[in-house]
Ligand binder design. Structure first.
Ligand code: TRP
Length: 330
């Protein structure tokens, strides 16, 4: 069985765009691959410097993925920080990574560009964690002999850098020490529309959170932007934000029924939103309950991640051993 590996950056609250666009496709992939999914907590440290905040988002993201259906018996699920071999490999890989390669990384280039626009020094606000981000990410991947790395489009460059770095190591030692990974771009992953019709994204502030209370969820859905059509007017399901979201949660029959009500007229937007809320809540309720239970039991969560880390370290130790031997650091 081939290996799929991906890192999850612990960032703010998960929303239904993440659920359909990243979590679900990644969990589907775990059916066909030997999957290793981890929380990239040291990557997050580049940005989040507040301990309570970082601790909270790490727990939230771990509980979120488990609640959404990640089975820790099937998927090796761990925290990056619990696998110290990652950082040892990152140090080794740094010795094979041309500085020029890092200069070309999108995230770093964007920071430099922003500084230029502000007339600031090109290094302003750039820490070495950001600059060497792709090296640490290459270590995450190469440590586990990953065949495929499911990621969004924005991460493909990082996988290509991991390929280059692994190639440089293999070339130097004239041996296939590191497996060359392929990006598994989630091509048909859903792009869920947000409250305002643009792509649902934290940066647009148009999200429907995965784990809000029922009251909050209802309020959020009521905020979906609609046009000013009267109740009596027939409406077009295909150009409706509410209907676009409905498709993710409703059965075929339910979709056909709601489409018919749209076309018949006599249904206002408020009523359509109520129907959307009903199906969204139907799907999210069990996920929310599992999430709340995990958050309420931090020791259980910790145990799950610790088990995962033990399995991960067994694999990691082999890779590091192989590399140290090849490098003469044994
Ligand atoms: N950089 C990824 C992101 O921002 C997270 C990540 C860290 C990752 N290490 C990884 C993804 C290794 C895939 C493989 O989303």
């Amino acid at each position: 069985m081939k290996t799929a590996l991906t890192g999850i950056k612990p960032t703010g609250n998960l929303h239904i765009g993440n659920y359909f666009g990243a979590i679900k496709p990644a969990l589907e992939l775990a059916e066909k691959y030997d999957a290793r999914y981890f929380i990239a907590d040291y990557h997050a440290l580049n940005v989040v410097k507040n301990a309570a905040e970082l601790r909270g988002t790490i727990r939230g993201i771990a509980a979120g993925w488990l609640a959404a259906g990640l089975d820790p018996e099937k998927v090796i699920f761990y925290r990056q920080s619990a696998v110290p071999e990652t950082f040892e490999l990152a140090t080794m890989l740094a010795a094979f990574t041309p500085k020029g390669l890092m200069n070309r990384a999108h995230a770093y280039k964007a920071a430099v560009q922003q500084n230029a626009e502000k007339g600031a020094d090109s290094d302003a606000g750039v820490n070495m964690g950001l600059f060497t981000y792709p090296v640490l990410m290459a270590a995450d991947i190469l440590l586990f002999d990953a065949d495929i790395v499911p990621v969004g489009r924005d991460q493909v460059q990082h996988i290509e850098m991991a390929q280059d770095i692994a190639g440089a190591v293999n070339f130097n030692y004239k041996k296939d020490l590191l497996r060359i990974p392929e990006p598994g771009v989630l091509e048909n992953a859903a792009v869920v529309p947000g409250l305002d019709g643009r792509k649902m994204s934290k940066s647009y502030g148009n999200t429907i959170p995965l784990f809000s209370s029922v009251t909050e969820l209802r309020k959020t859905i009521m905020r979906i932007v609609t046009n000013s059509q009267e109740v009596s007017e027939p409406k077009d399901p295909d150009s409706s934000q509410i209907f676009a979201l409905y498709k993710y949660f409703a059965t075929e029959d339910e979709q056909a029924a709601l489409a018919a009500r749209y076309r018949a007229g006599g249904m206002g937007w408020g009523e359509a939103k109520e129907e959307l809320f009903r199906v969204v809540n139907r799907e999210l309720q069990p996920i929310r309950e599992r999430y709340d239970a995990l958050i309420a039991e931090p020791l259980k969560l910790e145990r799950i991640l610790k088990n995962g880390a033990e399995k991960a370290r067994a694999v990691a130790a082999r890779t590091i051993g192989r590399l140290r031997k090849a490098a003469g650091i044994d």
